[in-house]
Design a binder for this molecule. Structure first.
Ligand code: B12
Length: 443
């Protein structure tokens, strides 16, 4: 059987649509690895060129976040016109399976281990045997059931960070805006240490940038013992690695020391807000704003750069949040930042709440691109939130501000200047200049 796995492109009008994917999809590399070897499988990035709808193929599988879902539905429609069987899995399909089922022949809800193979077996018995929905009973055993992802598909495809690995799944927290705990429940599982080592060994690390590895765990620091042992396993590989974590790990000197020793160079930290009331309001009270500057310093002292994630437009946010962010980012020399407007993704508690309050005015998933206001904020007008965000994004990425933040900063020569320049160039092309910006500065 011939199977195509496709990553649909982001809307061209969005920041991510313009930037393109620097990191390839581990979701599709994992599904490819789960595909029995008798089938011919390929992975295609929609953003990298036109899809050949007439290429003979039996099954098309797609994944995707919410903002790409409309494009996924378009691609599926083209294949279905030609009689090809289409399947959708991943985060968006899992959060709104009934919607996805309107556009796909079948939907995989949740993890694809077990269910993908079950679907393919059913398909081989005849298309009529394939169910509309597949869902595992419970979660898979990550220690024994996870395959080595087929990263070989991404070689020579021009990805910025082609080597990716996931060692754990889940997060012990349940922040109002996040889908992770909805997807996995409050579970936190990890792969076996032997599997982590095998996955790194299988990577193509003998070329330019090949020593850089992206850990795409939801929250890599949630199991202290596992993390410490994993750091010991990773150290001999002498890789430079990047991962996502919470700010609280900065309190644990032993863990920081291990991470530094193992080659951790960048942490993507969910600070989310500089407004403690906003954090408390979204059940993220474990983040303490007063400690943020010390947190950044502690990481920097270990040679670990911080790419902070911040959201704007929470119910307690006023017009001062944009300038406060600039002041903070400049003061602590934040190496890079993921700046987003609060986005009530389907399946999240914030989506349900804002919907119940009648505050979501836009359900076009293409606008859920994390830079567009789709709901009525409580303490800001829609215009101020949108324009304040545009102003702040551009201001954080002016050449003098990039230079001041990175000068004598942590030594990640590749990713820090790279990320800032990408945000500067593509942010500049996506977000218009704001005329009366004084209203964001003089507060
Ligand atoms: C790693 C990651 C990233 C990485 C890499 C993304 C990439 N290349 O795919 C980076 C840091 C770049 C990133 C960026 C963003 N991310 Co992100 N990211 C994740 C994270 C933590 C893990 C995704 C992953 O690779 N998991 C590992 C794979 C193996 O698991 P999986 O995707 O669940 O796939 C399994 C099943 O779902 C299923 N499956 C999936 N697809 C398919 C397809 C088929 C055919 C089948 C059969 C099965 C199947 O089988 C797989 C094996 O079990 C998720 C959280 C999460 N746990 O999902 C957020 C998440 C996907 N990201 C999210 C967001 C919002 C973003 C950003 C918009 C954030 C920002 N601040 O800018 C950007 C957008 C980037 C982009 N252009 O896509 C949201 C999406 C919400 C939504 N409803 O769309 C999530 C869910 C996080 C959250 N807190 O809610 N992200």
């Amino acid at each position: 059987m011939k199977i195509k796995l496709i990553m649909p492109a982001w809307p061209k009008s969005s920041l991510w649509g313009k930037m393109g994917s620097g990191i390839p999809s581990l979701s599709l590399a994992t599904v490819a690895a789960l595909t029995p070897p008798e089938h011919e499988v390929s992975i295609i990035y929609d953003e990298k060129g036109p899809i050949n709808y007439d290429d003979p193929v039996d099954v098309v599988g797609m994944t995707g976040m919410t903002p790409v879902s409309k494009r996924a539905y378009e691609i599926s429609a083209e294949f279905r016109k030609r009689g090809v069987f289409t399947v959708m899995g991943g985060i968006h399909a899992t959060m709104v399976p009934e919607e996805a089922a309107l556009h796909f022949d079948s939907v995989i809800i949740g993890e694809g281990e077990r269910t993908w193979q079950e679907l393919l077996r059913d398909y081989e018995k005849g298309r009529d045997n394939v169910k509309k929905f597949y869902r595992n009973d419970g979660l898979i055993d990550l220690e024994t059931e996870s395959p080595i992802p087929r990263l070989d598909f991404y070689r020579k495809q021009g990805f910025f960070l082609p080597n990716i690995i996931q060692t754990t799944r889940g997060c012990p927290f349940n922040c109002e805006f996040c889908t992770v705990t909805k997807f996995f429940g409050r579970s936190y599982r990890h792969k076996s240490h032997a599997q982590v080592v095998r996955e790194i060994e299988a990577m193509d690390r003998d070329r330019f940038r090949g020593n850089e590895v992206f850990f795409c765990d939801d929250n890599i620091v949630a199991n202290r013992n596992f993390l410490i042992k994993m750091c010991d396993d990773v150290t001999p590989f002498k890789i430079n690695w990047y991962a996502q974590s919470t700010a609280a790990v900065a309190d644990d000197d032993e863990v920081l020391r291990k991470m530094e020793q193992a080659g951790c160079k960048v942490l993507f930290v969910g600070f989310d807000s500089l407004n403690q009331e906003s954090l408390d309001g979204i059940d993220k009270g474990h983040n303490v704003v007063e400690k943020y500057a010390t947190v950044v310093k502690k990481f920097h002292d270990r040679g670990i750069s911080i790419h902070g994630s911040f959201m704007f437009g929470f119910d307690h946010d006023g017009i001062d949040v944009f300038r406060k962010f600039i002041d903070f980012g400049m003061k602590v020399k934040l190496d890079a930042a993921f700046l987003t407007i609060v986005t009530p993704f389907p399946g999240t508690r914030i989506h349900e709440r804002l919907k119940a309050e009648g505050r979501i005015f836009d359900y076009d998933w293409e606008h859920y691109d994390i830079s567009t206001v789709v709901y009525q904020p409580a303490n800001l007008s829609v215009k101020d939130l949108q324009e304040g965000y545009w102003w702040m994004f551009r201001e954080f990425h002016t050449y003098p501000n990039i230079f001041k933040r990175l000068w004598r900063s942590t030594p990640s020569w590749l990713i820090n200047p790279g990320s800032n320049m990408v945000f500067k160039v593509f942010g500049g092309r996506t977000f218009p200049k704001v005329k009366d910006k004084e209203r964001f500065i003089d507060v």
